[in-house]
Write a protein that binds this ligand. Structure first.
Ligand code: COI
Length: 356
């Protein structure tokens, strides 16, 4: 049965921002979707209400033990006026996998999709029109039991908020500098690495600050056990083009199964590239660089899309990649992925969903 979503419209709509000045994640639209869960009632009280502060008990479990999961996706306005979502089914199923790992209740997939579509329809005028812009969608769930013992909460709040955005990195599609972290780790197999739990990002901030202080945009994480193999970059999955082949770390529990990662693998294979999903050691990377075989490196993510990597710092030695220029593979992928997302090129993979 379809969700019964109550809609309460704001009496004070905000002015829409100038699409040319959008950064990432500081502006929010006029409305948000909320829905509550209790173990007795299940999911109930689905509503779209004016965007604003949430009233929460200070003892709400999320504040103490970080029982929280989120997602990130984007919606675009195509030239012909169609509103497009990119692979929302992948984000919905990933959110439910993350929720399961954190002992939180799944959101039924049809209800999640209905909530997304209804909210986007209400907020369609918030989708910015302009190159490199989109309406970023941030679904999240928090544990709301007022209790400070450690256990799964009995009550939860599921919310979706929307943010008109431009490029995630100030560099845009220009190459970023990445710092290989050898002191701290982000995740270990068996932990939360494959989930979009806020806790993963909390664990990453210390290194991100260190990297920024050293003049780097992001951290490249090594595996948490041997600190030898590459996992992912702060907010992205990572790919290397070595001697003609494209290589990305395989998903072994500590790496986020990125939707853009999967899309990139599909586009590359469709275009005839050889793609290997396997362990990549930092030694292999250094060796390939030394021999002139490290042709390109780039990150992939919903927020960042495709982000070429122009320099990697490993224990103080700097590897400059492709003369710090955008490589042809990264550029092709950027054009293909954003082209499909925005309806500029035909969607031969059936990835886009029209909001109507
Ligand atoms: C995304 O790419 O959507 C993410 O969730 C990364 C985020 C931490 C900005």
């Amino acid at each position: 049965m379809a969700l019964n979503i109550r809609i309460e419209k704001t009496k004070a709509p905000k002015p829409k921002p100038d699409p040319k000045t959008l950064g990432f994640g500081r502006l929010f639209s006029d409305h948000m979707f909320l829905m509550n869960y209790s173990s007795k009632e299940g999911w109930h009280d689905a509503r779209i209400v004016p965007y604003g502060p949430l009233a929460l008990d200070p003892s709400s479990m999320v504040f103490h033990y970080a029982q929280e999961v989120f997602e990130g996706m984007k919606t675009y306005k195509a030239k012909d006026g169609k509103i497009l979502l990119f692979r929302p089914d992948k984000n919905i199923s990933r959110m439910n996998r993350s929720l399961d790992r954190l002992c939180m209740p799944a959101v039924p997939e049809d209800d999640f999709m209905q909530a997304l579509l209804e909210l986007i329809k209400v907020e369609k005028d918030w989708i910015p029109e302009g190159d490199e812009t989109s309406l970023y969608i941030r679904p999240f769930m928090i544990a709301t039991d007022p209790f400070i013992g450690v256990k799964p909460s009995d009550t939860y709040l599921f919310a979706i908020i929307l943010s008109p955005v431009g490029a995630y990195y100030p560099e845009g599609i220009n190459p970023v500098k990445i710092y290989i972290e050898t002191e701290y780790v982000r995740a270990v197999r068996g932990g939360l690495g494959f989930t979009k739990a806020g806790a993963n990002y909390a664990a990453s901030i210390k290194s991100q600050v260190k990297a920024h202080d050293l003049g780097y945009t992001q951290v490249l994480w090594l595996d948490g056990v041997e600190r030898k193999y590459i996992d992912e970059v702060g907010t992205m999955n990572v790919f290397f083009k070595i001697d003609g082949k494209v290589i990305t770390p395989f998903l072994e529990g500590s790496v986020l199964p990125g939707v853009t990662r999967d899309s990139v693998i599909n586009v590359l294979r469709d275009k005839g590239y050889t793609v290997e999903e396997r362990r990549v050691s930092v030694d292999e990377l250094c060796e390939a660089h030394k021999n002139g075989k490290l042709e390109e490196a780039f990150g992939t993510g919903t927020a960042a899309v495709i982000s070429p990597v122009g320099e990697i710092n490993y224990e103080g030695s700097k590897m400059v990649i492709n003369d710090f220029k955008i490589g042809p593979t990264a550029q092709m992928l950027y054009n293909e992925i954003t082209g499909i997302q925005t309806g500029k090129i035909p969607d031969r993979f059936n990835w886009t969903v029209e909001v109507k």
